[in-house]
Every structure is written in structure tokens, then in C-alpha cells.
Design a protein around this ligand. Structure first.
Ligand code: UDH
Ligand code: MN
Length: 355
């Protein structure tokens, strides 16, 4: 009985303290429980900010501050698509002889909508790895209609050949005498800034290939693709002709120091390139005449591209000067590089002939 009065005394003296302790623990228990409940509810939908310590997925999401936790933290789905195989040696898409059209009403918009797989002049086959990456270089001034016809035919043609390619149009600024060869040197140098192309096709704007077995790929030797054209009865213009459309690898072209820069006006620059190739003991190859056929869109001689009367004299000195006249001495200033959907347009000031 001696304990009871002491206990009742304690209770009487400390009842307020005990009441306070009791209510504090009830509150604490409730707070813990309700916190878990809130977290449990938020388990599927937490404010992104609270999770955004080290995950890039979360940055930049606009109007999206609540996201599923599983969505935020789950790993991206593994890429289950099989690795791309090389495209076959012979494309299954080739058609052979083509039916070319030159509609006066054709527009660039139409050609763009026919070639939705091309972006900024460039194309990759969608389901295989192309055997070669090819830069098509077109020297150009004041031939917009011819360029339109060429783009219209060349894009589908190259796509059927399953090539990775870009089309570069190298546009000579100003009115001074045209220089096809120097523009092609510029095209080579500028295209290599974009990509390490395997193969370069030097392509007149007015020559449209008639048969897609005429492959725009490079070979062991420099290749001449225009054996015949409508205007010459589909005969080679002359023995050794190496103009119009030619294909050289990066190394072949580099080895000959590119084209000469000194041929202003019409003629000679293609024969000069042939001499360079022969000096390197390379041999020009050609596809069969029935395949290497072109239609040249009819045109007259352009003003600003008069016959170069100096060409024979220049050709005679090629063996002596080719090392000091070519890619390594090609000075120019690029005025603009534009990338509309179907080609890369390099506008360039290449200077003028020295007199
Ligand atoms: N080129 C232009 N603009 C010019 C000159 C030439 O873009 O003002 C380019 C174009 O890519 C052209 C290439 O340079 O395809 C070769 O020039 P060309 O087509 O004039 O050469 P081709 O040998 O004709 O075809 C020479 C004159 C033909 C006169 C025919 C009269 N019977
Ligand atoms: Mn022409």
C-alpha cells in the first residue's frame, strides 16, 4: 500500500505533462502514417523537380512537371533493329533504259515532293549500307532549267543505285569568263569539308543519263561515263575524250592534283585532266556504249564561256606544270553555302583570268 499514495501523487503533479506527451506521440504517429500514405499515392506520380538531380530526361520538358516515376527512371528500350547489312553488289531497284521527260511546266516544288527522302541534298538508302559515298559536283551559272531537269532525273536514278550521295552545285558568282575546271576543284575541296566522300562525279548540268546501269560509283581507274550522247549520234566525241561526266576516287583526283585552274572559257580543261591521269599511269575506263548514253538538253553557247583560244598552248605545258597548278593552288572565296532540300549550293568567287 505504500506505493499507491506516491503513484497517485505523481499522476496528480504530472498529469498535464503526461497529457502533453500523449498528444505529441499521437500527432507524431499520425504524421508518419499520413506521410507514407501521401508518398504511396505519389508513388506513381511524383513532381519531376524532386527527382531531377542527375537525369537529363527531365530537363526541358515543358508543361510536364508531373511524370510517372517508372517513366522517368526506366532505361530506354533496347534497340532491337538488326544492324544494317551492306547493299548488294547489284541493286535490285535498277530499271535499265529510262524514259526521260523534259516538261516545260516542271517546278522545283514538284521535284522536291517526289524526293522526300533527300534532305539538304543528301540521301542514304533506308535499309542497307551503301557501297560507296559519292559527291556529285555540278559546275553552274545561269542554267536553272537544266539544273531542274537534272535534279528531276538524277535523284531517283541515284536512289535506285542505292548510293549514299550528295549533290553539290558550284555556282560561279559574277560575270567574268566561266571556268568549269576551277569550279570542280572548289566543289571537291568544299564537299570534303562535309564528309569524307569515297568518290566524286564531275557532272555537266545539261547531261541526263539514259540508263541506270550506268553506275555512279568509282572504280580502280578513273571512269568516263559519257560514251555517247544524242547530239553526237551516241558516239564518243573523239578518241581520248574525258569530258561531260567523269568519276574519280578521292585518291585518284588527289594524285593528279585535281583539274588545272587556268582554263577560262570553253574547252581544253577535260583534255588537261586526261593528260594528268595518263601521267600517273592510270587508265581511263568506260562502261559499254549501250549503257553509257546521255541526253544533252539542247543549248547554245553561253555568253561568258567563249572558246578558249589559248587551250592548245596550255595543254602543251601540262606535263611541266601540273604539280604547281591544281588543287594545291586553287584560291577562291566562298560567298555562301545554302542547303535547300535537293542540293547544296556553293556560290563562289573564283577570280578572273590573268592577262
Ligand atoms: N556551264 C554553266 N554555265 C555557263 C557555261 C557552262 O553552267 O554559262 C557549265 C554547265 O554545267 C555545262 C558545262 O559548264 O554543262 C559545260 O559547258 P557547255 O555545256 O556549254 O559545253 P558543251 O561542250 O557546249 O556542251 C559547248 C557549246 C555548244 C554550242 C553548240 C552550238 N551548236
Ligand atoms: Mn552542254
Amino acid at each position: 500500500m505504500g506505493v499507491c499514495p506516491a503513484v497517485s501523487m505523481f499522476f496528480r503533479k504530472c498529469k498535464y505533462m503526461i497529457l502533453l506527451l500523449l498528444s505529441v506521440s499521437i500527432l507524431a504517429w499520425y504524421a508518419t502514417f499520413s506521410g507514407e500514405t501521401v508518398k504511396a499515392i505519389q508513388g506513381t506520380l511524383l513532381p519531376v523537380q524532386t527527382l531531377a538531380d542527375n537525369t537529363e530526361v527531365l530537363s526541358g520538358g515543358e508543361g510536364n512537371s508531373w511524370r510517372s516515376v517508372t517513366q522517368v527512371f526506366s532505361n530506354p528500350l533496347p534497340d532491337t533493329s538488326p544492324p544494317k547489312q551492306s547493299c548488294p553488289e547489284k541493286s535490285p531497284l535498277l530499271q535499265g533504259a529510262l524514259n526521260l521527260t523534259f516538261e516545260d511546266s516542271l517546278t522545283l516544288k514538284e521535284v522536291e515532293s517526289e524526293n522526300s527522302g533527300v534532305a539538304e541534298g543528301q540521301y542514304q538508302p533506308p535499309d542497307c549500307l551503301a557501297q560507296q559515298s559519292v559527291a556529285i559536283l555540278i559546275p553552274h551559272r545561269n542554267r536553272e532549267k537544266h539544273l531542274l531537269y537534272l535534279l528531276h532525273h538524277l535523284h531517283p536514278f541515284l536512289q535506285r543505285q542505292q548510293l549514299h550521295y550528295s549533290i553539290y552545285v558550284i555556282h560561279q558568282a559574277g560575270e567574268v569568263t566561266f571556268n568549269r575546271a576551277k569550279l570542280l576543284n572548289v566543289g571537291y575541296l568544299e564537299a570534303l569539308k562535309d564528309y569524307d566522300w569515297d568518290c566524286f562525279i564531275f557532272h555537266d548540268v545539261d547531261l541526263v543519263p539514259e540508263n541506270d546501269y550506268n553506275l555512279y560509283k568509282c572504280d580502280q581507274q578513273p571512269k568516263h561515263l559519257v560514251v555517247g550522247r544524242n547530239a553526237t549520234g551516241y558516239k564518243l566525241r573523239y578518241k581520248g575524250y574525258f569530258g561531260g561526266v567523269t568519276a574519280m576516287t578521292k585518291d585518284q583526283f588527289h594524285k593528279v592534283n585535281g583539274f588545272s585552274n587556268t582554263y577560262w572559257g570553253w574547252g581544253g580543261e577535260d583534255d588537261d585532266l586526261r593528260i594528268r591521269v595518263e601521267l600517273q599511269k592510270m587508265e581511263i575506263i568506260r562502261p559499254p556504249p549501250l549503257i553509257a548514253r546521255y541526253t544533252m538538253v539542247f543549248h547554245k553557247r553561253d555568253s561568258g564561256n567563249e572558246i578558249n583560244k589559248d587551250r592548245m598552248r596550255l595543254l602543251a605545258r601540262t606535263p611541266k606544270v601540273w604539280r604547281k597548278d591544281g588543287l594545291n593552288t586553287c584560291s577562291y572565296s566562298t560567298l555562301s553555302v545554302e542547303r535547300p532540300p535537293l542540293y547544296i549550293n556553293v556560290t563562289v568567287d573564283i577570280g578572273e583570268p590573268m592577262h
